[in-house]
Ligand binder design. Structure first.
Ligand SMILES: N[C@@H](CCC(=O)N[C@@H](CS)C(=O)NCC(=O)O)C(=O)O
Ligand SMILES: [Fe+2]
Length: 227
């Protein structure tokens, strides 16, 4: 297997490249528009062909590179059907599989941060988008977010995975790169030992400033990003 975790310093976004070295096929998850040359170079260095372009949700803080990468590679773009997005080739739902080379990624629908937020499970690792962050979670105060739904998604879907499942988040604002389901269950301050009501109270009291790019990013991302 091949696996790369790439960082966008402006939005603190992680982009992931998953590859099958045998069949030389790769998948990218959450590409950022401004970094597509880097991402294409990484796929080329691996000697692979990009065959799927996935987004974990409609992002509010950066413009996705999905459509631009599709234009360059011909690979189809994917997002969850509940995102309300129109600019993607495949709208997926709970339990659907993305096949590349001899590998399979499973989509786990985890509404909460947004109604269409999806985690992607591949082998021993889970790409959580903004559903579960290291020591945190995605906010629920815009894009039809729901703290109740997020609690149910995290505790009911993600925390029932094996404890040693690796957690690769969509963002980290403190330089952390990877965690595990077991660690998040035990130490995530928003979730460890917290009831659903306590979690909702925490989320409703966050009072975060709007992402700087939200007014540009959301309309662009509903269309799959700018070509
Ligand atoms: N300062 C950042 C804020 C980004 C932000 O709000 N990120 C969302 C994800 S789209 C979030 O859920 N953040 C969780 C948190 O900050 O705890 C920006 O302007 O882009
Ligand atoms: Fe987000």
């Amino acid at each position: 297997m091949a696996f790369r975790q790439l960082f966008d310093p402006e939005s603190s976004t992680y982009t992931y490249i998953l590859g099958d070295p045998e069949r030389r096929e790769a998948v990218i998850v959450d590409p950022v528009r401004v970094n597509i040359e880097r991402d294409l170079a990484t796929v080329a260095e691996l000697g692979m062909k990009l065959v799927w372009i996935l987004d974990t949700h409609v992002h509010a803080d950066h413009v996705t590179g999905a459509k631009a990468l599709k234009q360059r590679t011909g690979a189809p773009t994917v997002v969850n059907a509940h995102c309300g997005a129109s600019g993607f080739d495949r709208l997926i739902g709970e339990g659907e599989l993305i096949v590349f080379g001899n590998e399979v990624i499973r989509a786990i629908a985890t509404p909460g941060h947004t109604p269409g937020s999806t985690c992607y499970l591949w082998r021993d690792r889970l790409l959580t988008g903004d559903t579960l962050l290291i020591g945190g979670c995605g906010r629920t105060d815009f894009q039809r977010g729901s703290a109740e739904a997020l609690y149910d998604s995290i505790t009911g879907r993600l925390f029932t995975l094996p404890d040693d499942t690796l957690v690769y988040p969509g963002h980290d604002y403190h330089g952390r790169r990877v965690s595990t389901i077991g660690e998040e269950k035990a130490t995530n301050p928003r979730l460890a030992g917290k009831s659903r009501e306590e979690f909702v109270e925490i989320m409703n009291a966050l009072d975060l400033p709007e992402p700087q790019q939200i007014r540009v990013a959301v309309p662009a991302n509903l269309e799959g990003g700018t070509p």
